[in-house]
Design a protein around this ligand. Structure first.
Ligand SMILES: Cc1ncc(COP(=O)(O)O)c(C=O)c1O
Length: 481
C-alpha cells in the first residue's frame, strides 16, 4: 500500500478495517481453543471503554501521568495478594508474558553481576517444558540455557534432573505452573528446596496459571502449591491477558524481595541531549490503556467472578477430556487438571486432524513432537468455548472416526522418497523444497498445513526454526492487497 495522498472519512476507514478480519479465526463463536480469552459481551465492552479512556495517557512518565502509575500500583498489589507475595513483594506491570520472563532473567543476570561477580558465563536452568520465551531471554541477554529432561509420563519437571545440572554458573532456576503445552504443574515445593540449597533465584512461570490456579485451588481442585509463598520461590510471572480476561498487553513480573531485586530490572539514561529515561520495563512510551483495562476487569470480576469462570472452564475441560479418553484413537498427554491439556494419537495424523477440524470451523493448536512429547494437539479451554463443548466433541468424534475409517495412515507415507531421504540427511535441498512448498501458493497455505506440519515435525528444531523464520519473514515482506 502506498502512503495515502488524501485522507478518508472515518466510516469508510472503519469499514475497511472490519473487513480485514474476514480471514481471521472466528473466535466470537467460541471455536478457537487458543489465543483468545473472552469473558462475554459486558466484560468485553468494559475493556473497550476503559482501554480507550486511557489510550492516550503515557506510562513513560509517572510524574506527568500519576493516574497510570496509580493504576499499575493497584493492579500489582491485587496480583501480589492473589499469589502469596507477602509484604516485601514488588514488581512491574508489563506488556505480556514474554516481557515478564525477559525482565526476570535480565534482573537475575544483573543482580548476579553485582553480587556474584565470579559468574562469567551465566546459566539458566530450565526443564524442557519451559516456555520458549526463556530461550529468547537467553538469546537476548547472552545467557546459556541448561535444559533438564522432564518426567516422560507426567511432563512435570524432574527435581533430581534439575539438581544434577546446577553449576557454579547457574543464576536462576525456572519451573512452570502450569506449562503451556501439557498443562503440567511442576513440583514447585521440591524445586524450591533445591533453589534454597544452592542459593539460586527461582522463577515460577505462572503466565498462564496466575489468574487460574489460585481460584482452582480455592474451589478445591487438586493443585499443588505453586506460588510466591512456597519457600525458595523468588519471582513469579502472571498474565492478566490470559485467564484474567484482560485486554492484550497485560502481565506482571513480581519479586518476593522487591526492594532488593526490582532495581536490577530498571534502565536509566540521562547521558544524552533529551529527557531522562528511567524505564522499569522494556518499553518506554506506553499506552496506559492496557493497565486501565486490566484494573477495570479485575474490579469487575472480583474473586467471585473468577471463581465462576474457573468452575465453568474446569467443567468444560473435564467433559472434553472424558470425551477424548473415550475416542479409541486418541490419548491424553500427562495428567492435566486444569483447562490446558493436549492429546496425541498413534493411529490418526494429528496435523491432519487439526486441518479437518479447521474445515469444520474449529481452531485447535498443533504442537510438534519434542523430547518425550509426541506430535499433539493443544487445547486451552476458555469461558468463550464452554458453551460449545457438545458441538466440539461431536465434531472431534466424527472427524476422528472419518479419518480412522479411511485408514489413510500418517500422511507422510505419501511423501516422495527423495524428500524422506533429504529429511534423513537434513540436506539444503530440503529447505529449498519446503520454502517453495510453503511460499509457493501466495500465502494460501491452509490446505497444505497438515503436510507442511508433518514435514516440520520430522526436522531437528534448529532446522525448522530457520525455515519458519524465513517463512514468516517472507510473509511480512508481502504487501497486503
Ligand atoms: C507458561 C507461559 N509462559 C509464557 C508465555 C508467553 O506469554 P505471551 O504470549 O503473553 O508473551 C505463555 C503464553 O502462552 C505461557 O503459556
Amino acid at each position: 500500500m502506498k502512503f495515502p495522498e488524501h485522507g478518508r472519512d472515518t466510516g469508510n476507514i472503519l469499514q475497511d478495517l472490519a473487513a480485514r478480519k474476514q480471514q481471521d479465526v472466528d473466535w466470537q463463536s467460541g471455536r478457537a481453543f487458543a489465543y483468545v480469552y473472552d469473558a462475554g459481551p459486558e466484560a468485553m465492552q468494559l475493556l473497550k471503554d476503559s482501554f480507550t479512556l486511557f489510550m492516550t495517557e503515557n506510562g513513560l512518565d509517572p510524574t506527568t501521568f500519576p493516574s497510570a502509575m496509580e493504576l499499575e500500583k493497584d493492579v500489582m498489589s491485587m496480583a501480589i495478594d492473589l499469589v502469596g507475595g507477602g509484604a516485601e513483594a514488588e514488581g512491574s506491570f508489563t506488556s505480556g508474558g514474554t516481557e515478564s520472563l525477559l525482565l526476570s532473567v535480565k534482573t537475575a543476570r544483573d543482580y548476579c553481576r553485582t553480587h556474584k561477580p565470579h559468574i562469567k558465563q551465566p546459566e539458566l536452568l530450565l526443564p524442557e517444558t519451559a516456555h520458549a520465551s526463556f530461550f529468547k531471554a537467553c538469546a537476548y541477554f547472552d545467557i546459556k540455557p541448561v535444559v533438564a529432561p522432564v518426567n516422560p509420563h507426567t511432563f512435570r519437571a524432574d527435581p533430581a534432573a534439575m539438581a544434577e545440572r546446577v553449576t557454579e554458573n547457574t543464576i536462576m532456576m525456572v519451573a512452570s505452573a502450569p506449562s503451556y503445552a501439557h498443562g503440567a504443574v511442576d513440583p514447585i515445593e521440591e524445586l524450591g528446596q533445591i533453589a534454597l540449597e544452592h542459593e539460586l533465584f527461582f522463577h515460577v512461570d505462572c503466565c498462564v496459571g496466575g489468574m487460574y490456579l489460585p481460584f482452582a485451588r480455592q474451589l478445591g481442585y487438586r493443585i499443588p502449591r505453586f506460588d510466591l509463598s512456597v519457600p525458595g520461590v523468588t519471582q513469579l510471572s502472571m498474565d492478566f491477558h490470559k485467564w484474567g480476561y484482560a485486554a492484550k498487553g497485560a502481565s506482571a513480573i513480581i519479586y518476593k524481595n522487591g526492594a532488593e531485586m526490582r532495581r536490577h530490572q530498571y534502565f536509566a539514561w540521562s547521558g544524552w541531549t533529551g529527557y531522562s529515561v528511567i524505564n522499569p520495563t522494556i518499553m518506554s512510551t506506553k499506552s496506559a490503556g492496557p493497565v486501565a483495562a486490566c484494573w477495570a476487569i479485575l474490579q469487575y470480576m472480583g474473586r467471585e467472578g473468577y471463581l465462576d469462570l474457573v468452575e465453568c472452564t474446569q467443567s468444560a475441560s473435564a467433559k472434553i477430556r472424558a470425551a477424548i479418553t473415550e475416542i479409541p484413537q486418541l490419548y491424553l498427554l500427562g495428567e492435566p487438571r486444569t483447562n490446558l491439556f493436549s492429546f496425541a494419537s498413534d493411529e490418526v495424523d494429528v496435523f491432519k486432524l487439526a486441518a479437518k477440524m479447521k474445515e469444520r470451523g474449529w481452531y485447535i493448536q498443533p504442537q510438534f513432537g519434542f523430547g518425550p512429547s509426541p506430535a499433539n494437539i493443544h487445547l486451552s479451554v476458555g469461558a468463550g468455548n464452554a458453551t460449545h463443548t457438545d458441538a466440539f466433541i461431536a465434531d472431534l468424534r466424527a472427524t476422528v472416526a472419518e479419518m480412522a475409517a479411511k485408514a489413510a495412515g500418517p500422511s507422510l507415507q505419501a511423501l516422495p522418497e527423495d524428500i524422506h531421504l533429504a529429511l534423513k540427511e537434513n540436506s539444503p535441498r530440503l529447505l529449498e523444497e519446503l520454502s517453495q512448498l510453503i511460499a509457493g501458493n501466495d500465502g494460501d497455505i491452509a490446505g497444505r498445513m497438515d503436510y507442511i506440519n508433518n514435514l516440520l515435525n520430522l526436522m531437528p528444531p534448529p532446522v525448522r526454526d530457520g525455515l519458519l523464520s524465513e517463512f514468516v519473514n517472507g510473509l511480512y515482506s508481502k504487501a497486503s492487497a
